[in-house]
Write a protein of this length. Structure first.
Length: 403
């Protein structure tokens, strides 16, 4: 019995000594892995999507499966089987989400190869936007410190959206301006006002609870919006403070405040005469003086959450770039080329190895080219109703004019 006690005590002491030794070695190991870029992120759990568990469960077989699929998709690419690639490329991203090149491959295939094989500008735009969304919203969440993903994403904005090589480039510019006009609204013309405009979004409350603490009445406003919108939305599409809400608000603001065409044609009066339910609901709530301060706080909060949750963009960085680099108009594709290239340098520069320095140089080149593009055509005038106003005064396609 005494012998057993001695063995147990010795084992416990050895275990404790091992824990202490491992604890003293861990900081040095982490520092070394960070300096040499051996970790995917600065914190190992950053950007880990739920499907990481799939690849982990497969274990060692995952590498063989991914190698087979990677060889297969490259062979299909050489044969021009771009649609057939989709399923295999998607499976690779799920099995090995930390493998950044497959995200670029997958996104480029959608934005460049499949898009040009479609028949209409609308179809092309859907594929181009899908490729951008894939890398921005999923690839970069799984690999937030990967420089090449940032560089390629910046290049697609500059080349595919702002360039002229694609026959549908004017339609891309139109849809991009429309999308970001609905998200952020009309930017102020004055530089300092524009900086403050972005700062208000960056400093907006993170949650509805903190918004209520900042401006009492926000929760009452949200409750009223939910009640008023409950009759306008189906059960499958419940009201939410998301991109769809910002789209509706942009529509209302364009008719009442921003669109010269809508004002000239008397769109607001016509919609009131028709008893347009959506317009009357927004009209009544926005013009209620009891909600004046709560509206401002709620709108900045929603815009901040949509930027972070649905577009994987940091409003604080957007504010800093606007403050430091000039009156950036975020409806311009080059503004996003600048954002992703500059962010890539900031998060990846200290992790770059000497052999990969050329990636950093190419990424810096994207920043300079984006600034050149903004200097040439960085101010956009956008009227949602300018080209073809419809009887119901819905947002109609038009071409943004650059000054």
């Amino acid at each position: 019995m005494q012998r057993d006690r001695i063995i147990q005590a010795s084992a416990l002491a050895a275990m404790l000594a091992s824990f202490v030794g491992a604890g003293t070695l861990l900081p040095g190991i982490l520092k070394e892995s960070e300096e040499r870029g051996l970790r995917y992120t600065d914190v190992t759990v950053d950007g880990a999507p739920p499907f990481v568990a799939i690849g982990t469960a497969i274990g060692a077989m995952r590498g063989l499966i991914v190698d087979y699929l990677w060889i297969k998709v490259n062979m299909m690419k050489q044969q021009g089987l771009y649609y057939e690639i989709m399923a295999d490329a998607d499976l690779i991203t799920k099995l090995q989400p930390r493998f950044a090149p497959v995200w670029t491959f997958h996104g480029h295939n959608m934005a460049y190869n499949i898009s040009v094989a479609t028949n209409t500008p609308e179809e092309r735009w859907e594929w181009v936007n899908a490729g951008i969304r894939l890398v921005r919203n999923e690839g970069l969440r799984a690999n937030p410190n990967d420089l090449v993903l940032h560089k390629d994403l910046a290049f697609w904005h500059a080349h595919k959206l702002d360039g002229v090589s694609d026959d549908a480039h004017l339609y891309y510019k139109l849809e991009w301006a429309r999308l970001w006009h609905s998200l952020l609204g009309e930017p102020p013309i004055d530089y300092q006002e524009r900086v403050q405009w972005m700062k208000d979004i960056a400093d907006a409350p993170e949650t509805l609870r903190s918004a209520e603490a900042k401006t009492p009445g926000v929760l009452d406003l949200v409750d009223r919006l939910k009640n008023e919108f409950s009759d306008l939305t189906s059960g499958d599409e419940p009201f939410g403070l998301d991109q769809g809400f910002l789209d509706r608000m942009s529509w209302w603001e364009a008719i009442n405040e921003q669109s010269f065409v809508a004002k000239t044609l008397g769109a607001a009066d016509e919609l009131r005469e028709r008893n347009d339910r959506l317009f009357l609901v927004l009209d009544g709530i926005v013009n209620d003086p009891a909600h004046a301060e709560a509206w401002e706080t709620l709108m900045t909060h929603v815009r901040k959450r949509v930027l972070k949750d649905e577009f994987n963009m940091n409003p604080q960085l957007m504010y800093e770039y606007t403050r430091d680099l000039g009156p950036i108009d975020w409806r311009h594709p080059q503004a996003h080329a600048l954002y992703w290239a500059r962010r890539g340098t900031q998060v990846a520069e200290r992790r770059m190895r000497e052999d990969d320095i050329y990636h950093l140089i190419n990424n810096d080149r994207m920043q300079v080219q984006a600034l050149q593009g903004l200097a040439r055509s960085g101010r956009i005038h956008f009227d949602p109703f300018a080209q073809c106003p419809r009887p119901a005064f819905q947002v109609a396609p038009e071409t943004p004019r650059r000054r």
